[in-house]
Design a protein around this ligand. Structure first.
Ligand code: F0G
Length: 457
């Protein structure tokens, strides 16, 4: 077998709609050439994101029936809190409606104008909240992360020399925390090693700087540690996840990823004063500190989802399915980010459409063409996603110009992935027929990739 059979079977199905090329052309034009603005029913295989799009289990659905919808002190909150405590070890758990809610609270609490926040590459919503609160983001990831062809096993690692240099330049007092993504979404799902995380902990402890984990896909990171890092192969996924969290002071969590929930998240903290501050803010932005914008049933789904997320056969099947799609594309000679990450396969649009300059948005163009060709939807992870520098107003031009195909958990079969691989392979073969790029007809101020509109140029 090319990958282990999934440790579940399918109980409920949802029909998919196929469309003609003419229908897709009409739909894409109406969407301003931005697949984000398509109606989902016009999409055949939707690889826009693995966030909130996962299939819940029978146990999650049944747990939802006992959701306690009390405004204050719901039993469902305590079940979720206890699951987070047991698996991640954070004493204080502040519920939020999704990951960016936690980023908002954390950024408002800890960031002051003039601050500097280092991170192992940026994430769109995370950096947006850091900048909205007046800080400057500094990418301190290893150089290998910016090279799609580099095969290093831990391309999510922090470059300690870059971090140390920044501390020397701006001073530890101007750095409220180091933001550690594990794995790194924008680099294609590349993991950080335990060894590196321990070094980050040591360096920051020396300077009195907090470490905050972006835990959205930390279970996938734990899996790569188990598979790739010397000394960890005998440890369980649950064990490695806890050990990762042990090296941090807090975490922002989007439970829409690893925890298989359709919505929800949390902010985990160890410090009691910080937790009190966070509970003071959550009531303003999300809701009471025992629901944070979630229904009781959402918190039940997360509590059960956390337990399922660390099951060894489940995470193995998940990562292997993603690797399968990646390998099919590699075998077909399609340039993709290597090694294949935990949640996505990223097409190297800069290489595939090398004849289109970055200012004409090659990744957004490839994304649109993939939809037209096969009804497959991904997301742009290049110059559009990178946005503008808040100080200079100039476009930020990242080294990675990617189309991300994110695989929802427990949703698609191997035959679906074969259809995607065939479509991408065809498109790659005919890439020279794509002679236009795109330009904005509408450019939103924040997180522009979601709602921008374009015209061919
Ligand atoms: N951090 C990471 C690493 C993420 O990938 C996301 C969301 C967030 C934080 C924010 O969480 O969406 O629950 O508010 N990523 C989705 C994606 C949107 O498609 O990569 P959220």
């Amino acid at each position: 077998a090319v990958y282990p059979a999934e440790p579940w079977r399918i109980k409920m199905v949802e029909p998919l709609r196929t469309t003609t090329r003419e229908e897709r052309e009409r739909a894409l034009r109406a969407a301003g050439y931005n697949p984000c603005l398509l109606r989902a029913e016009d999409v055949y295989i939707d690889l826009f994101t693995d966030s909130g799009t996962n299939a819940m289990s029978d146990l999650q659905w049944s747990a939802m029936m006992r959701g306690d919808e009390s405004y204050c002190g719901a039993a469902s909150f305590y079940r979720m809190r206890d699951a987070v405590r047991a698996h991640c070890g954070y004493e204080h758990v502040i519920p939020v409606h999704q990951g960016r809610g936690a980023e908002n609270l954390l950024s408002r609490m800890l960031i002051h104008p003039g601050h500097h926040v280092p991170g192992n590459m940026y994430f769109t919503t995370t950096r947006a909240h850091q900048e909205l609160n007046g800080s400057t983001f500094h990418d301190v990831i290893v150089d290998a992360a910016h090279d799609p062809a580099d095969e290093s096993p831990f391309k999510g690692d922090v470059d300690l020399a870059k971090l140390e240099k920044l501390i020397g330049e701006v001073g530890a007092d101007a750095i409220p925390y180091v933001c550690v993504g594990a794995p790194v979404n924008m680099a294609g799902g590349q993991p950080i090693s335990m060894d590196c995380l321990a070094r980050v902990r040591e360096l920051t402890a020396h300077h009195g700087i907090m470490v905050v984990l972006d835990a959205a896909r930390a279970v996938e990171n734990a899996y790569f540690v188990q598979q790739r890092e010397p000394g960890w192969s005998q440890r369980t996924i649950a064990d490695i996840l806890h050990a990762m969290c042990d090296l941090t002071d807090g975490a922002t969590m989007s439970a829409k990823k690893d925890s298989f929930a359709n919505i929800g998240g949390w902010l985990g903290l160890r410090d009691a004063d910080q937790a009190e501050q966070a509970r003071g803010l959550v009531v303003l932005y999300e809701g009471m500190h025992t629901y944070g914008g979630m229904a009781g049933r959402d918190m039940e789904a997360i509590a059960q989802g956390i337990v399922e997320s660390v099951q060894e056969d489940g995470i193995r099947a998940r990562v292997a399915q993603v690797a399968y799609l990646g390998q099919r594309l590699i075998d077909a000679g399609v340039p993709v980010v290597r090694p294949i990450g935990g949640h996505c396969v990223c097409l190297d649009a800069a290489a595939i459409l090398a004849h289109i300059p970055q200012r004409l948005f090659p990744a957004q163009t490839l994304l649109a063409e993939l939809y037209l060709h096969a009804g497959v939807r991904g997301v742009e992870r290049g110059i559009v996603s990178a946005g503008r520098d808040p100080v200079t107003g100039e476009n930020r031009a990242p080294a990675l110009e990617l189309v991300r195909l994110a695989i929802p958990r427990r949703v698609y079969t191997r035959a679906h992935l074969d259809a995607v691989a065939d479509a991408v392979t065809d498109l790659h073969r005919e890439r020279r027929a794509i002679t236009h790029g795109l330009r904005f007809t509408y450019e939103p101020r924040h997180l522009r990739f979601f709602q921008a509109r374009y015209e061919p140029v």
